[in-house]
Ligand binder design. Structure first.
Ligand code: ATP
Ligand code: MG
Length: 450
């Protein structure tokens, strides 16, 4: 296979299974990615051998773990390489729309490939036997087409997670989703409600970080809304405002495309304006306004992220970016230091990126973008000059204040007061100067005592 850097342990396992008399192939994602000349990120092997036979055949060279015996899967480990080795199988009926009721081992690789979701994922390859491609996966891969194996509606009814996987593969690899498959995704999208939120979270995350995410957001908003209902009000929502060239959803898609492929940033871009429809008002001149929309967006974002079981850190980061996205962050060093104090360096950097993308997505206001670049330069300067924006950077600490006779809560209060002072006047962050200020504060307090 062209451009297929097969790691030595995978080659060895295939050889050992064949030597023991069992057909064995690489299968699924690693074949798909290998044919595209991309490094696969996991190695799946399918074989005619039953799990016990796999253990016997590979035991001499691999540590063999019983990962999913019930489904015929064991993991063979050698060094850093983990190989998932699965016996050829066909799935039984799917009564819950996600898991087969039972699996049946089968003798032929073609029967195993028939249970797989998309033609590009339904190919097997081995050095000894070459490519097995009963559904035209290679052709679809060359054409950049994602197509279900068999009847698309039936395949999505068996397992609706495949609908979210289709979005993800389209966003990652730029596949065009074949018409019948796309139509079935829309028809069956209601079944996504049966799928574990954690799985949808995973697929949505990978979709958002995909290079071709814009196409998916534009082409399948209805499918996304089946598991992200908070997005729906944005679709086609006109802004009636000269600052915006696009409706809320098209603007959102542009912002998602314009931020780096980092999950928290992509989520923040996706959700930053989701509160706009709910906050819309039109003034007497027919101009649309969205007063207070960041707050509403933040509440909706929190709801969506909690519903999809995003981890706490991601949720907190995204909600904060959404909440702050519309607050001024102009080229004003004191404001930058206050933001750095409140949010931290990384979130301020992300906020700037989001604000730039927001401007780009509005399609107007070049001068505003220029101002954000100026702010960026100033941020680099504030950080390079080590302006103080945390207690840790303050030129005095609690011990220094205790030495002045301050006690208990006075110590913390005075430290915070000094920090507030240097956020405005960074040049004053010098020990003698701050001690003098602290003495004044102490004496002022004493004077005020009854
Ligand atoms: P990646 O590893 O890049 O996420 P992948 O295609 O390898 O992509 P996996 O989840 O690792 O995806 O699954 C490996 C293979 O198993 C797939 O290529 C596909 O053939 C099959 N497969 C996985 N999930 C399903 C599913 N829900 N329905 C049918 N086949 C599936
Ligand atoms: Mg894989």
């Amino acid at each position: 296979m062209t451009g297929f850097p097969l790691p030595a342990p995978a080659q060895r396992a295939l050889g050992m299974l064949e030597a023991a008399g069992f057909e064995a192939y690489l299968v699924g994602g690693c074949v798909r990615d290998g044919l595209r000349g991309l490094p696969p990120h996991d190695w799946d092997i399918c074989t005619a051998a039953r799990p016990g036979q796999v253990r016997d055949a590979l035991g001499a060279a691999f540590t063999v773990l019983d990962t999913g015996l019930r489904h015929g899967t064991v993991t063979a480990v050698r060094g850093h390489v983990h190989l998932e080795v699965t016996t050829f199988r066909a799935d039984g009926a799917y009564s819950d729309g996600r898991h087969p009721d039972g699996v049946r081992f089968v003798g032929r690789v073609e029967d195993d490939l028939a249970r797989r979701d998309f033609t590009v994922n339904a190919m097997a390859w081995s050095p000894a036997r070459g490519l097995v491609d009963p559904f035209g996966g290679r052709r679809d891969l060359e054409d950049g087409v994602l197509r279900c194996v068999g009847d698309a509606d039936a395949r999505f009814m068996e397992d609706a997670l495949r609908i979210a996987r289709a979005l993800r593969f389209a966003a990652q690899a730029g596949f065009r989703i074949e018409e019948n498959t796309a139509a079935a995704m829309r028809r069956q999208r209601g079944l996504l409600g049966r799928i574990a939120r954690e799985r949808l979270c995973e697929e949505l995350s990978r979709t958002l970080c995909g290079r071709y995410v814009g196409r998916v957001l534009r082409g399948f908003p209805d499918v996304l809304a089946a598991f992200c209902p908070e997005l729906a009000p944005m679709f086609g929502f006109e802004q009636h405002n000269g600052h915006h060239l696009y409706d809320v959803w098209e603007h959102t898609v542009r912002v998602v495309e314009a931020v780096p492929p980092v999950l928290a940033m992509r989520l923040a871009a996706l959700l930053h304006d989701c509160g706009k429809p709910a906050s819309f008002t039109m003034d007497a001149r027919g101009v649309g306004h969205f007063y207070g929309h960041p707050k509403i967006s933040a509440v909706l974002a929190h709801k969506l992220l909690t519903g999809l079981r995003f981890d706490h850190a991601t949720r907190a980061a995204v909600v904060r970016l959404v909440e702050y996205h519309d607050r001024p962050l102009g080229p004003d060093p004191a404001r930058l230091r206050r933001r750095l104090h409140r949010l931290g360096e990384m979130p301020v950097r992300q906020l700037l990126m989001l604000k730039k993308a927001d401007c780009v997505g509005q399609g107007t206001h070049r001068e505003h973008i220029a101002e954000l670049w100026e702010t960026q330069a100033l941020l680099e300067q504030v950080l390079a000059e080590r302006h103080c924006f945390t207690l840790r950077q303050l030129a005095v600490n609690g011990h220094d204040l205790k030495a002045l006779g301050l006690r208990g809560p006075q110590v913390g209060e005075t430290l915070h007061a000094l920090l507030r002072h240097v956020l405005e006047s960074p040049g004053d962050n010098q020990k003698e100067h701050l001690l003098a200020l602290a003495r004044q504060m102490r004496d002022g307090n004493e004077d005020n005592r009854p």
